[in-house]
Design a binder for this molecule. Structure first.
Ligand code: MN
Length: 440
């Protein structure tokens, strides 16, 4: 639903929000932050400020459904708000938009307490917005699946189930972390083809994976699948997700039960939940499947989802090496991609995930799978970009990379754009590789 919260003419009395590339008043993403020395609490990013939902509650700025939603969004995690579902998020979005609107009734009075309601984002720590109960990583980037498959099985890159099943594996929730930290190069079992037996040591092929992250809303009781027509009720919002991947460990451990330690070392997410409501103007029809592909089975095929279930979100992957940092060079754009490259919609993922009766819970996280395009410069990971480490990537300063080196910082950015609407951003998902622990 597109409403007044998306109006391109709307401006905020928080003047840094007007023209802000990431957090204009049309975005209003939800997160959990702590101001300098303060406790964790729910907030909304607006320009270069964070709006304190609890402080606005105390000031009496919410009533009715918006008040209930603000209470659910003011604590140490947003799980209660995710559980409350779309009506609560919509009421909260409407009212926060009104509070921050430059022209709304009451705006002059509200501005007199601005110092209580707002914190400078640069003086705040932004945390994981919710407690993640389960993390499921899909494989819906078909061009990634195809290229990665070609490297290991040139004659048969896509498995026969790929176009029928939104393939996924159950990954680790405990190691989902917010953007900004470091990821330690893991030690693990490596067995290159030329080696007769594996050994244990630092990962040599450390990679990132550019993915769209999904925050799950209310969820379902065990035994009660979510029909695809109702799936959107359970999709609360989105983030950028870096599924750090240790390719050499992955190659050795993944048969027959899939990746394990090669993925659970850490998963980074951008910390703001860009809500499903904020993304309403940026929906598209799911691109038609290529001629000859099977139609989705009936339980995964919903006309409304096919008509509106895809999102136009541009992604960028940037790399900042230690040498670039030392010379104050700007991060180098390694690749660009778009969420339209996903073969399965998020609603199809929800319907598939619950089709056996498996229960989703508020705060569960999905990764979309690596979002790669078809052209050079649109690969969502180094495995693809370097063709399994065979073709190094050249950087502007003369350095090359096959996989990540200690000190490398990987940065993801995401922006949703549409003519006639104000663009909204995801904020960054960034992380720096640090050296492996010494072997004992
Ligand atoms: Mn992944």
């Amino acid at each position: 639903m597109i409403d007044e919260t998306h109006a391109s003419g709307r401006t905020s009395w928080v003047t840094s929000a007007n023209g802000h590339a990431t957090f204009p008043i049309q975005n209003l993403p939800l997160g959990v932050f702590s101001p300098d020395g303060g406790t964790r609490r729910g907030g909304t990013a607006i320009g270069d400020r964070i709006f304190d939902i609890g402080a606005a509650l105390e000031a009496g700025l919410f009533s009715g459904a918006a008040r209930d939603a603000a209470e659910a969004a003011s604590g140490r995690t947003l799980n209660p708000l995710l559980e409350a579902g779309p009506a609560a998020r919509q009421a909260l979005r409407r009212r926060i938009g009104e509070i921050l609107d430059a022209k709304s009734a009451g705006s002059t009075k509200i501005q007199t307490i601005a110092n209580r309601l707002l914190h400078a984002a640069e003086h705040c720590t932004v945390h994981l917005p919710a407690r993640v109960g389960d993390f499921t990583d899909f494989f819906a980037g078909i061009h990634h699946a195809h290229t990665a498959g070609t490297i290991s099985r040139p004659e048969n890159p896509l498995m026969p189930n790929y176009k029928y099943v939104p393939v996924a594996y159950h990954s680790r929730a405990s190691s989902v972390r917010p953007s900004g930290g470091s990821v330690r190069r893991p030690n693990g079992q490596r067995k290159p083809p030329e080696q007769a037996a594996p050994d244990f040591g630092p990962c040599r092929n450390l990679d990132y994976e550019l993915e769209l992250g999904v925050w799950i809303g209310p969820g379902n009781e065990i035994g009660n699948p979510i029909p695809i027509a109702e799936a959107s009720r359970h999709i609360a919002g989105f983030c950028l997700l870096n599924d750090w991947s240790a390719r050499d460990i992955q190659a050795w451990e993944s048969q027959p039960l899939g990746p394990f330690l090669s993925k659970s070392l850490s998963t980074f997410v951008s910390p703001w939940i860009v809500t499903t409501e904020a993304l309403a103007p940026f929906r598209l029809a799911q691109p038609p499947r290529p001629a000859g592909d099977p139609a989705p089975l009936p339980h995964l095929n919903d006309p409304a989802d096919q008509a509106h279930g895809c999102f136009d979100i541009d992604f960028e992957v940037l790399l900042l090496t230690p040498k670039m940092r030392a010379t104050s060079a700007t991060p180098h754009v390694l690749s660009r991609s778009n969420a339209q490259m996903l073969y399965w919609t998020v609603a199809q993922m929800v319907a598939h995930h619950t089709s056996n009766g498996c229960n989703l819970q508020p705060g569960d996280m999905f990764g979309s799978g690596t979002v790669s395009g078809t052209t050079p410069g649109s690969e969502g990971c180094l495995l693809e970009m370097t063709r399994g480490g065979r073709n190094p990537v050249s950087l502007p300063n003369g350095e090359t990379r096959t996989y990540l080196v200690d000190g490398d910082e990987v940065i993801f950015r995401g922006t949703a754009r549409r003519n006639g609407y104000v663009s909204i951003g995801f904020g960054e998902c960034r992380g720096t590789v640090t050296e492996a622990l010494p072997l004992v």
